[in-house]
Design a protein around this ligand. Structure first.
Ligand code: AMP
Ligand code: ZN
Length: 503
C-alpha cells in the first residue's frame, strides 16, 4: 500500500517511505507542564498517535519520541529570544492562588516555589490524561517521553557544536544566540524570509536587542541568569537553555539519527519553533535535512478562535471527562474519537453534537465487540486483504482520511456477522488504529461504560428526520422516549442534541 502524507516542508502530499526499512523514527513536540493540557493540545498529540498507529497498521515498527518542556518556555514565545516571563515562574504564582481557593488539592505541589514540584505535578496529570485517551507513547514513559531538564548536558553539547560550526555566537549581553544568517535554508519550512523577518521585527525590537543580536530573528540558545528559577552551570555562565534546543537535541539523542522520518506538532509550532529546530539540527549535524516529513495539525477552535491557555477559552481533558464542559461525563473513548475523527488539516470545532456522534460510533463498536466475543471467543486469522481492512487502510494511507476510514467500518459494523471469529479479528485490526473498543491495549477498565446508554445518536437523527417531514407526532414521541430515559433534548443549529441530565 502506498502511504501518502502532506509534508509542510514541500507543501505537497507525498509518498511516505521510511529512511531505514526496519523502523520509522518519529518525534512529536510534547506538552509544556505548567498547567493541565487542554483538548486542543490533545488534538495535536492524538494526531501524532494516529500517524503512528497508521504506520503500525501497515506493518512498520515505529519509534516515537516526545518531549516534556519543563524549562525555558517564555510567555512571549513569538520573540523566541528569552523575553517575557518564564511560564514556570508564572505557574508558581498561580498555584499559590489556586491552593488558597482549593483548585490545587491539599498535599499537591507542597512548595509552589519549587519548579520541579510544579513540573512533576502537571507531568503526572498529563500522563494520566494521555493514558486515558490511549496515547500510545504515554505507556512508554520514561523510555520515549523525555524531560528537557534531564537533558541539559546534551543541549550544552549541541550548543557548543553550533558555536564551533559558526552557527552561534555569544552576544554582548552574554546570551548565546543562533545566527539565522549563517543558515541558508532558514525560512524553508515557514516561508518566512530573513528580509521579511527583519522588516516585521521593526517595531518590536528595541535598540538594545538590535545591539545584542546580529539579526532580529536570531534566537536564544542559552541565557546566563543566575537568578533564574531553574539554572545549570555552563561554559556560558550559570543559566538556562532556550526553548527550541531541547527538541533538536532529544530527537537526535533518543532516535539515534541525524535525519529522522517524521516530525509532528500543532500548526502554531511551524514558526518559530520548528524553523529554529531545523536550523539547529542541521547546523549541528551538517545533514541536508532534520526530518523528511513535517506534519502539523490544524487548531481545535472555540467559536472561531484557537483554543488556548492564553485566551482562557479552553477545556482541559478533565473538564470534558468529568462533565464540567458539557454538563455530563464523557467516556474517554468518546473524547478520543472526537479529537481524531476530523481531518488533521482542517480546523475542528468542539461541539456537543460532535461528541454525541462520536458516542454513537463508540457505542456501536463496543457493542459489536461484546457480540462477537460472546459468539466467537477468540479471533480467527485474517489477512490484510479482507475487503473492510483494505478499504479502511486505503483511506488512512490517503493522508489520514479518517472520516473515510470510519465510513468504511460503520456499515460493516452494523451488518450481520456470520463468521464472528473472522469479524473479531477485523475489529481488532481496526481498533489497533482507532483504539476506542476497547479504549487502549493497557486499559480495559470501564470499556463498555458507553454501551449502557440508549442509542441517542439514532434517536436524535430520527427526530431530525421527523421534523424535516413535519411529522410532529413522531418527533414528540421520540423526544418523550429520550426524556423518559433522563435526557434533556435540545434543538441546535447542527440538529437535535440529547444530554444526560446530571443526577
Ligand atoms: P503547549 O503545551 O502549549 O506547548 O502545546 C502543546 C501542543 O499543542 C503543541 O503541539 C501545540 O501546537 C498544540 N496546540 C496548542 N493549542 C492547540 C489547539 N487549539 N488545537 C490544536 N493543537 C494545539
Ligand atoms: Zn519541539
Amino acid at each position: 500500500m502506498d502511504i501518502r502524507f502532506y509534508n509542510t516542508l514541500t507543501n505537497r502530499v507525498e509518498p511516505f517511505e521510511p529512511i531505514d526499512s526496519d523502523c520509522v523514527r518519529m518525534y512529536s513536540c510534547g506538552p509544556t507542564v505548567y498547567d493541565f493540557a487542554h483538548i486542543g493540545n490533545f488534538r495535536s498529540f492524538l494526531f501524532a498517535d494516529l500517524v503512528r498507529r497508521t504506520l503500525e497498521y501497515f506493518g512498520y515498527p515505529v519509534h516515537h519520541v516526545m518531549n516534556i518542556t519543563d524549562v525555558g518556555h517564555m510567555t512571549d514565545d513569538a520573540l523566541a529570544d528569552g523575553a517575557g516571563e518564564d511560564k514556570m515562574a508564572a505557574a508558581s504564582r498561580r498555584i499559590r492562588e489556586d491552593k488558597k481557593s482549593g483548585k490545587v488539592p491539599e498535599g499537591a505541589v507542597e512548595n509552589p516555589d519549587d519548579p520541579y514540584q510544579i513540573a512533576q505535578y502537571y507531568t503526572d496529570a498529563f500522563l494520566e490524561d494521555a493514558r486515558r485517551l490511549g496515547l500510545k507513547v504515554a505507556f512508554e514513559y520514561e523510555d520515549n517521553i523525555l524531560h528537557a531538564t534531564q537533558n541539559i548536558d546534551a543541549m550544552q553539547d549541541m550548543i557548543g557544536q553550533l558555536i564551533d560550526n559558526g552557527h552561534a555566537y555569544v552576544g554582548p549581553d552574554g546570551v548565546v544566540y543562533y545566527s539565522v544568517e549563517s543558515f541558508a535554508d532558514y525560512g524553508q519550512l515557514s516561508g518566512n524570509t530573513l528580509d521579511q523577518l527583519q522588516a516585521g521585527a521593526g517595531g518590536r525590537v528595541s535598540d538594545q536587542d538590535q545591539a545584542n543580536k546580529r539579526h532580529p530573528a536570531d534566537f536564544m540558545l542559552w541565557k546566563a541568569d543566575p537568578s533564574h528559577i531553574m539554572k545549570w552551570d555552563s561554559p556560558w555562565g550559570t543559566g538556562y537553555p532556550g526553548w527550541h534546543i531541547e527538541c533538536s537535541c532529544m530527537a537526535r539523542k533518543r532516535l539515534g539519527r541525524d535525519v529522522i522520518d517524521i516530525h509532528t506538532g500543532g500548526e502554531d509550532l511551524i514558526f518559530p519553533h520548528h524553523e529554529c529546530e531545523i536550523a539547529q539540527s542541521r547546523g549541528a549535524t551538517g545533514a541536508d535535512a532534520f526530518a523528511r516529513f513535517w506534519m502539523h495539525a490544524r487548531f481545535l477552535m472555540v467559536e472561531g478562535e484557537k483554543m488556548s491557555k492564553r485566551r482562557g477559552n479552553f477545556w482541559t481533558v478533565r473538564d470534558v471527562l468529568e462533565g464540567r464542559a458539557t454538563g455530563r461525563p464523557v467516556h474517554p473513548a468518546v473524547l478520543r474519537l472526537e479529537l481524531i475523527k476530523s481531518h488533521y488539516r482542517s480546523n475542528m470545532n468542539f461541539t456537543k453534537k460532535g461528541l454525541q456522534d462520536s458516542a454513537g460510533i463508540v457505542k456501536r463498536l463496543q457493542e459489536l465487540r461484546t457480540r462477537l466475543e460472546d459468539a466467537a471467543g477468540q479471533p480467527a486469522d485474517v489477512g490484510p486483504d479482507h475487503p473492510v481492512l483494505e478499504a479502511f487502510g486505503k483511506a488512512l494511507a490517503d493522508d489520514l482520511n479518517i472520516a473515510g476510514a470510519i465510513g468504511c467500518v460503520m456499515p460493516w459494523a452494523s451488518g450481520d456477522h456470520p463468521q464472528p471469529a473472522e469479524s473479531l479479528a477485523v475489529l481488532d485490526r481496526i481498533n489497533s488504529v482507532l483504539a476506542v473498543a476497547p479504549l487502549a491495549e493497557n486499559d480495559t477498565a470501564g470499556q463498555n461504560a458507553a454501551a449502557d446508554e440508549p442509542d441517542v445518536v439514532s434517536l436524535c437523527a430520527a427526530i431530525d428526520q421527523a421534523r424535516a417531514q413535519k411529522d410532529w407526532t413522531r418527533s414528540d414521541a421520540i423526544r418523550a422516549e429520550l426524556e423518559a430515559a433522563g435526557y434533556d433534548v435540545k434543538t441546535t443549529p447542527d440538529g437535535t442534541v440529547a444530554e444526560k441530565k446530571l443526577a
